[in-house]
Design a protein around this ligand. Structure first.
Ligand SMILES: C[S@@+](CC[C@H](N)C(=O)[O-])C[C@H]1O[C@@H](n2cnc3c(N)ncnc32)[C@H](O)[C@@H]1O
Length: 243
């Protein structure tokens, strides 16, 4: 092969790589890092773009999420944006009226859920043990304009959840990994039939085998695992068949 041909082939190869990179960038759409580092580039499917706001209220919430992604994610252990979008889809599609979240951090995943609850007319009750993160979350809920539908309970959720009364449409567990089973045992009776229990960081390194056993062997429950993002278990509390 002549030198000219080799140079030509190398040139074509380089152009293809640049083309592929540009194509990836194009798929990200608006939303900066939300669409990049955390989100929905090629990692979670080539066709995903950043969420497109339907109105000003949605835009305000999405802008705050974008800002948190860019400025506050360090040390906050937030769910990836893709998992936040999943939480929103599930809450909105089920018309959730009451979501309970264990592990607020700075409010990031809670705000994704509020994006749904603002349209379903529902409420979020979220539990956090760390005072600094709870204070940040309060500020962030306010900034996103969702503080009117959020109750933040500060303290050890293993204790404080026992004061929670009422029916739960979705229970989202994202706190101390060894505590998942205790949260499930304490709150499952309040999850309505047809409601869901979602748990985050359900992956080989972090999931508590006791929790996995509990959600996969109970005939009242039906569970699948989504391994994209941080790893999410999606558990349905069955209604039971009508006879
Ligand atoms: C993974 S972070 C939650 C991230 C949050 N769900 C998000 O995506 O934005 C876990 C949080 O659970 C809190 N946590 C840990 N143990 C707790 C407990 N016993 N009670 C309440 N919160 C707890 C931690 O302080 C931390 O903020």
């Amino acid at each position: 092969m002549s030198r000219k041909m080799i140079a030509g082939l190398v040139g074509i190869g380089l152009l293809s790589v640049v083309g592929m990179l540009m194509a990836q960038d194009g798929f990200r759409g608006p939303g900066g890092r939300r669409g990049g580092r955390r989100g929905f580039g090629f990692g979670e499917g080539a066709f995903e773009t950043a969420p497109v706001p339907k109105n000003d209220a949605e835009k305000k919430i999405l802008d705050v999420l974008d800002e948190l992604d860019r400025t506050q994610s360090g040390g906050m252990m937030n769910v990836p944006a893709h998992d936040g979008r999943l939480l929103r889809l599930l809450a909105e599609s089920t018309g959730a009226q009451q979501v309970v979240e264990i592990g607020t951090s700075n409010g990031y995943s809670g705000i994704w859920q509020c994006l749904a609850l603002k349209s379903t007319g529902g409420k979020l009750t979220t539990f956090e043990i760390d005072a600094r993160r709870a204070a940040l979350a309060r500020e962030n809920f306010k900034k996103a304009g969702v503080d009117d539908i959020v109750t933040l309970v500060e303290g050890d959720a293993h204790e404080t959840v026992q004061n929670f009364k009422g029916e739960i449409d979705i229970l989202f567990i994202d706190a101390d990994k060894e505590g998942y089973l205790d949260y499930l045992n304490k709150l499952l009776p309040q999850v309505r039939p047809g409601g869901m229990v979602l748990a985050h960081n359900i992956n080989a390194g972090q999931a508590d085998p006791g929790y996995i056993r509990a959600i996969t062997t109970n005939p009242d429950l039906e569970t699948i695992f989504l391994s994209d993002g941080g790893g999410v278990s999606v558990t349905l509390k069955k209604r039971g068949l009508a006879h």
